[in-house]
Design a protein around this ligand. Structure first.
Ligand code: NAG
Length: 288
């Protein structure tokens, strides 16, 4: 149903998808329900998706973000200097778009009889506009239309119109900024730990000096998501619970409750070593 671009890491709709519309409608409803219930989703739709959802204009800049190869090609065509030759001779394009669908190349005219109309210096702007319209609108009309319908069934209404596309994206996906000061401020402690406990001081000292990747892994380890809710990490349930005396064992977590089970490691170095080992090697759920 969706395509995934390994370079941009964006998800986009598959225009040639044969899935029935209600499948896309269902995905739209799930995204809407998540938004309604304040659940942050780890999806990575191209920003164009949010622009289309709130009805903002999509242009070449957006195409360059979501589909860099195509965007660069179209931009080159627009920026081509006339003194370097005519666009018609250099690019040899006509008013159509070629697709590979299920292993076969299909040619779709952008205007009536487009395959016989060459792209020239004079009409290239029109060509680029039509191309983008086809790419982001026409080619995914059925799939995106159903998705939008599903989304609007849950989250339609005037409030959506007050959002900009980036705000909508943030509400659905959270932000990427990991403010661990916020996380520390909102953290709670259990079973003998408190903010002034030596182990807890060591923990935060280690956590604050972590790389961005390790911070994400720590969040993933404890809460099963590396996404940050819109109101920030201070709003996350994050509990550090004492899990027995000093030991060689690794820390564990109860992700459903946002609890880190941290043994009372004797030194900061040991805590760092055990913690990093645990988060680097965590793979989903295990029985403790
Ligand atoms: C896509 O369709 C919408 C709605 O019909 C239109 O407003 C918009 O201009 C189109 N986008 C492009 C890039 O042509």
């Amino acid at each position: 149903m969706f395509s995934y671009d390994a370079e941009t890491r964006y998800t986009w709709f598959k225009g040639e998808s044969l899935e029935p519309e209600r499948q896309f409608e269902l995905v739209g409803m799930i995204v809407g329900l998540a938004l309604y219930n304040g659940v942050i989703l780890g999806i990575n739709f191209a920003p164009i998706v949010y622009k289309k959802l709130v009805g903002e204009q999509v242009g070449l800049e957006d195409v360059k973000i979501a589909f860099p190869g195509l965007g660069k090609g179209l931009e080159m065509l627009l920026d081509w200097k006339e003194e370097d030759g005519d666009v018609e001779d250099v690019f040899c394009r006509s008013f159509d778009i070629e697709y590979e669908v299920w292993g076969k190349v299909r040619t779709i005219p952008l205007v009536h009889g487009g395959s016989n109309i060459p792209v020239t210096n004079a009409n290239r702007k029109e060509y680029v506009d039509l191309y983008i319209n086809h790419y982001v609108n026409e080619s995914v009309k059925r799939q995106f239309g159903a998705f939008r319908r599903g989304f609007h069934r849950v989250c339609g209404g005037p409030a959506l119109k007050m959002c900009r596309a980036e705000e909508l994206e943030m509400m659905i996906c959270g932000t990427n900024e990991l403010d661990f000061k916020d996380l520390e401020a909102g953290a709670k402690y259990d079973d003998g730990y408190d903010a002034n406990h030596e182990v807890i001081k060591n923990f935060w000292s280690v956590a604050h000096s972590m790389s961005h990747e390790h911070k994400k892994e720590l969040l993933m380890f404890v809460t099963a998501s590396d996404r940050v809710p819109l109101k920030g990490l201070g709003n996350l349930v994050f509990v550090i619970q004492r899990n027995g005396p000093d030991t060689e064992r690794l820390p564990t977590a109860l992700t459903c409750f946002g609890r880190l089970l941290l043994p009372e490691y004797s030194t900061k170095e040991k805590l760092e070593n055990r913690l990093i080992t645990a988060i680097e090697n965590a793979k989903g759920f295990g029985l403790v």
